[in-house]
Design a protein around this ligand. Sequence first.
Ligand code: ATP
Ligand SMILES: O=C(O)C[C@@H](O)[C@H](O)C(=O)CO
Length: 640
Amino acid sequence: MPHLDQDRTLDVITIGRSSVDLYGQQLGTRLEDTASFAKSVGGCPANIAIGTARLGLKSALITRVGDEQMGRFIREQSAREGVNVEGIRTDKDRLTALVLLAIESEGVSPMIFVRTDCADMALDEGDVDEAFVRSSHAVLVSGTHFSRPNTEAAQRKAIRIAKESGGKVIFDIDYRPNLWGLAGHAEGFERYVKSDRVSAIMKSVLPDCDLIVGTEEEIMIASGADDVLSSLKAIRAVSPATIVLKRGAMGCIVYDGPISDDLEDGVVGDGFAIEVYNVLGAGDAFMSGFLRGWLKGEDHKTSATWANACGAFAVSRLLCSPEYPSWEELTFFLKNGSKHRALRKDEAINHIHWATNRKQGDIPLLMALACDHRMQLVDVADELKVPHEKISEFKRLTVKAAARVADGRPGYGMLIDERFGRDAFFDAATQNFSWLGRPVELPGSKPLRFEFSQDIGSQLVEWPLDHCIKCLCFYHPDDPAALKKEQQEKLRTLFEAARRVGRELLIEIIAGKNGPLKDDTVSTALQELYDLGIKPDWWKLEPQALAGAWRNIEAVIAKNDAYCRGIVLLGLEAPTEDLVKAFEATKVAPSVKGFAVGRTIFVDAARAWMSGKMDDEAAIAQMAGRFRELTDAWLRTRGL
Ligand SMILES: Nc1ncnc2c1ncn2[C@@H]1O[C@H](COP(=O)(O)OP(=O)(O)OP(=O)(O)O)[C@@H](O)[C@H]1O
Ligand SMILES: O=C(O)C[C@@H](O)[C@H](O)C(=O)CO
């Protein structure tokens, strides 16, 4: 029964394997000698579901994952990427598949598939829901899942439903000989082993397809012929589908209609000249780009260009799905190109990549209880002659206070430090805050120094991915030139490290303690940092008495970084009434998303509690009360 187009809520459902990819982080080494791995979602259909979602298509994935942490990672990460995960079934008995890979040299990437009796290979017909398939404009089946009777039945069922309801069928040949038992465990990277059995099965799929995509080797295995041209002709003899031949660095050729004797007699899409980093995953990025065009009715030339550009991005970066471009990134690249052959070194593109694929989407509201104070609490403890362990205990109470106000709602967060806040961090991790920030500055330092070690990148690697780096810098545009230069370099180093390790960055600028706060003081400071290419996700700024100052800050951010998440206001121990007035003054500045205030909320409780005059509950209640007063005031200011 055909299906009405308006009832189709999905553009494409991809079916087949899903894995956790563990790719070696040391370039030019054997898998035997790899020391650390980066983790991401992988497997051809999973990659394509993510790749197409990033390009603005509504995609879904049908696969199975294990009932364990890696399975949950695939499900959660796919959902974060915007993929519909209704079709991901949890298999109670089997483990999620893993893939281990190293980059030994250009184009040589040994890999191990850890897939013995893995969850996705247990996919069966029961996992393919008829209504779900009918809700999509297209289904994409993939080669590996024709290798077992149960997975083959599942894919054939999806093909049948799609065809009956007038949906399109896409075939990514995606040939991994090792997954058909044709190469050993150490030969995961092997791309071609001739096999009549494989060819017979694949060939039987071709007549049902509307789009067939493969490399030269894949086109050969799908047809059973021994050269590319004969293979294309053999495929055409059984299928009217559009055929896309991927040709690595040379790009691709798209064929509709009869195949002539000239291989190039199709729509030729040239590859982009880029430096190769890791070739794996290029095909899935390519397919994502092609589908964005093909499913939306673009001509083949356009689809091929988008596909080749997406492939180029994948090849020039390390991982698979995390490296695929967003739609904004792709269009920026096609419009502006890049002066870097190694695309991963292009800062403008990297910024768009980072900002348009951030783990957490838009954060329209951020009200944080800041308790990352170190010096100030040490002073209180010393004055009261209590041991510094009390500071750590006190910080745990601030988490309780913030959680009491947040009550599980979005828009609340905390700033906590490593030195005294380790336990508080563990507590905070269970509270479902929207945001957790963590300082890196050595308290009071000017010129700026990092706490613990100046090797900031190595420190950040140990942080949870969702901890936002917070760095306070006492910076005034009128500071002496040498001081400015030193602080700027430090902030630039931090920015590079933050991007490298994929953690968000908040830069806090306090200018008012070092000179007059005129209406262009802070905006000038921000512009000077933007001039150095420093684009933090957040700014934390002091209250501005002059409305013009906020307007100037807004203008500088708008001019330099359309992707900035926004600004939070800092408190500087001001009385609540002053802060409420400062909130009001930000009405002209929509970039201000909230505040991160500390001492106004906790300093009295800290003194009373450390001196034994207040018990835990009273301290929590007082801090929660003050935090609530501020959150209420902020929400009122913003009409929320
Ligand atoms: N060296 C390269 N330079 C530029 N683009 C490339 C390069 N290699 C691959 N690409 C792009 O990626 C596309 C797919 O690459 P390839 O032919 O290697 O696919 P594949 O073997 O299916 O990839 P995978 O490793 O994901 O299985 C190419 O058609 C091209 O657009
Ligand atoms: O499954 C593979 O082939 C390897 C994966 O690591 C990778 O994500 C992939 O699917 C590339 O096509």
